[in-house]
Design a protein around this ligand. Structure first.
Ligand code: FMN
Length: 209
């Protein structure tokens, strides 16, 4: 009896996942058309994931005037929210900061009635120019990536979101003849996309086979 009920519940859950689990990816790149790493990641995820919406901030808002209502509406309908961005000066690009500052508003993300993002999975996925060993107390960047991403982690906690392990890709800068080959960056970005896909699938319960 118990097994039957359990099975039934799992089936219902699996139906719900297939029909309703929605992922929104906020691509926080100021100029998405000139991106190599983030573009590679977005294209692969878009091809392989069902029910995903990509918001390319640099294309939607070249003047940095974020449509707060539209962005909040998309988040309300999402189960998994991904911030996908190139790491700029140990932080998020200005356009993504602008998006966070205006969209994570009082009574939406925090405050007395600010529970609209509660329970949603939150995944930070960033492409980083420098190598992994540089992001260490003995490296030239001194701090670990986990530490540099703390402001986003705490943002998730304040908004009562489910902060997942960040997905980080190193060696993503491409400057012809100076830093990496195009092929190296595309290969690394493709592997990061695979790790991101796994992180998204782990964040929502899986359909029963
Ligand atoms: C304005 C700017 C700031 C950057 N700051 C950093 C940094 O702090 N640390 C780092 O490792 N790479 C840094 N980079 C390198 C970028 O992270 C890298 O070029 C980017 O992730 C590649 O992604 P894309 O091909 O999608 O543009 C910076 C690049 C730019 C343009």
């Amino acid at each position: 009896m118990y097994v039957q009920i359990y099975k039934y519940e799992k089936q219902q859950m699996s139906k719900m996942n297939q029909t309703t689990a929605k992922t929104t990816i906020i691509m926080g790149h100021p100029t998405p058309e000139s991106s190599l790493a983030n573009k590679t990641i977005i294209e692969k995820v878009e091809k392989e994931l069902e029910n995903v919406e990509i918001r390319k901030l640099g294309a939607l808002y070249p003047d940095y005037q974020i449509d707060v209502e539209a962005e909040q509406q998309v988040l309300l309908e999402s189960d998994v929210i991904v911030l996908q961005f190139p790491f700029y000066w140990y932080s998020v690009p200005a356009i993504l900061k602008q998006w966070i500052d205006s969209v994570f508003a009082y009574n939406f993300a925090y405050g007395r009635e600010g529970d609209k993002l509660k329970g949603k999975a939150f995944i930070v996925s960033t492409t980083v120019g420098g190598p992994q060993e540089a992001y260490h107390p003995t490296g030239y960047n001194h701090f670990r990536m986990d530490d540099l991403l703390r402001p986003l982690e705490q943002t998730a906690y304040l908004a009562q979101m489910d902060f997942r392990t960040p997905v980080i890709g190193h060696g993503m800068i491409f400057v012809p003849g100076v830093y990496n080959t195009q092929e190296e960056v595309i290969n690394r970005a493709t592997r990061q996309a695979e790790r991101l896909l796994s992180a998204i699938r782990e964040a929502v319960p899986q359909p029963v086979q």
